[in-house]
Design a protein around this ligand. Structure first.
Ligand SMILES: Cc1ncc(COP(=O)(O)O)c(C=O)c1O
Length: 433
């Protein structure tokens, strides 16, 4: 080791003393062969990629087995007779999902994938007029959001290049300043139909000020939606109280529900009884009490369920339920407190690694302005090989956002201080070459 990083012993001591122990043993952590003085000693990866795809809870295999068994045993009768009846299965997810995002149960539904949900919600909440045609997003929005809003503008007959406004950070800065978003809304809000921002930016890890931006948007008559892909299960949320009009998230990142797993949707209660909102409908939009009367028209319900379209996939909901149970057990407050400690520790180690190199953390320094993720800009090389070597040689999973950023996210559910130490020391070795 050529960089005098803090002692490994200290990382172990931090783990031993932490009031919120890691639940790592309850997850399938990718294996990694570690060597010690005696030869190969089996050990696990330091998995810092939970901001991309969370790890598999061990409890899931048995839960999926239950659903498979019920299907095998009951066939179609599983809709009623399965141990967790399939017809109302999605209702099992409602309350824990609402707790997770700080919503009322009726404001939340788990369904579809994230970008599909963005579209379904924009059917209702992007209503451009000649005076107010624009959608405001952040310049570093995740591409799927960018494509979605551009296609929505085009769908309404507008030119996406003018209808979609991309708000960029100040020159030389990586993160958007809240005051700049507020100032933009105050100056140009009258032209904006919809604001759609990532609550935690996928690239920089910046946590936006949801309350302040929502309030400013609504004061300007703008509909405010949030993409919570990197926020759900990462930071505490209080969507209802924030007054946000709507939000959508995925559950394959911090929510550990598996690749491509189902998303969630929040619609503020003030919209739930608005019969004037356009929606795309299907048989799961209608009132379940009369669904099987097979009527030709929808009987509306006054919950977020009315944005559902199709009957929900049970094998995709089971992982979300397992995950939400784990989040309920630990609680977002405890997870967040641990997250702040882990990320702060990793930040201090990364600062040591970056000192004197053409590298530095671009995520905001204030713990209130970020979640678990730290993004590191490395200016003197292609970052692709950096993350390849981290994984292959050191068992450290991070990801590269080319050309020059790597992302590391110590997730409080299963990462340890020792993982942070491994990640930082491995990065130091790779950057030394
Ligand atoms: C911020 C953000 N929005 C949208 C998406 C796309 O999600 P999906 O493929 O589930 O539609 C992602 C995926 O990582 C994301 O990070």
């Amino acid at each position: 080791m050529t960089v005098p990083l803090s002692l490994e012993k200290q990382a172990f001591e931090l783990d031993a003393a932490d009031p919120q122990p890691s639940r790592r043993a309850e997850f399938c952590v990718p294996p990694f062969e570690c060597r010690d003085g005696e030869g190969v000693a089996a050990c696990e990866a330091a998995y810092m990629a939970g901001n991309s795809l969370g790890l598999q809870p061990k409890a899931l295999r048995e839960r999926l087995g239950t659903e498979l068994d019920d299907w095998a045993r009951l066939g179609v009768e599983g809709h009623i007779e399965a141990r967790r009846a399939w017809l109302p299965y999605h209702e099992l997810l409602r309350e824990p999902a609402a707790r997770l995002v700080g919503a009322r149960p009726e404001e939340v539904v788990v369904m579809n994938s994230l970008t599909i949900n963005l579209h379904l919600l924009m059917v209702s909440f992007y209503r451009p007029t000649p005076d107010r045609p624009a959608i405001l997003i952040e310049d570093s929005a995740f591409p799927s959001d960018s494509y979605a809003v551009r296609s929505q503008a085009a769908f309404h007959g507008l030119d996406p290049d003018t209808a979609v406004i991309r708000l960029a950070p100040r020159p030389g800065e990586a993160a958007l300043r809240t005051e700049d978003v507020l100032a933009y809304l105050a100056a140009h809000g009258s032209r904006i139909a919809l604001v759609l921002l990532g609550a935690v930016n996928y690239f920089t890890g910046e946590l936006m000020d949801i309350d302040a931006i929502t309030a400013a948007g609504r004061a300007a008559g703008v509909v405010v939606g949030w993409d919570l892909a990197h926020a759900a299960g990462n930071v505490p949320l209080r969507l209802h109280d924030s007054g946000a009009d709507w939000a959508a998230w995925c559950s394959y990142k911090y929510l550990n529900s598996g690749p491509g797993s189902l998303g969630g949707v929040f619609v503020h209660e003030r919209h739930l009884t608005d019969r004037g909102l356009p929606k795309f409908a299907g048989w799961w939009s209608t009132d379940p009490r009369t669904r099987f009367e097979m009527a030709p028209t929808v009987t509306p319900v006054d919950t977020a369920d009315s944005w559902q379209v199709s009957n929900p996939p049970i094998f995709a909901m089971a992982p979300v339920l397992v995950s939400l149970e784990m989040f309920d057990e630990t609680g977002m407050a405890a997870l967040r407190a641990k997250s702040v400690r882990l990320t702060g520790y990793l930040e201090s180690l990364l600062d040591e690694v970056c000192a004197g190199r053409q590298a530095g953390v671009i995520t905001p320094r204030d713990p209130d302005r970020r979640g678990a993720q730290l993004s590191v800009r490395i200016s003197d090389r292609d970052v692709g090989p950096v993350t390849d070597r981290l994984r292959q040689e050191f068992g450290v999973y991070a990801d590269a956002r080319r050309p020059d950023v790597i992302r590391l996210a110590p997730t409080p559910m299963y990462n340890t201080f020792h993982d942070c130490w491994r990640a930082a020391t491995a990065l130091a070795e790779v950057l030394d070459d």
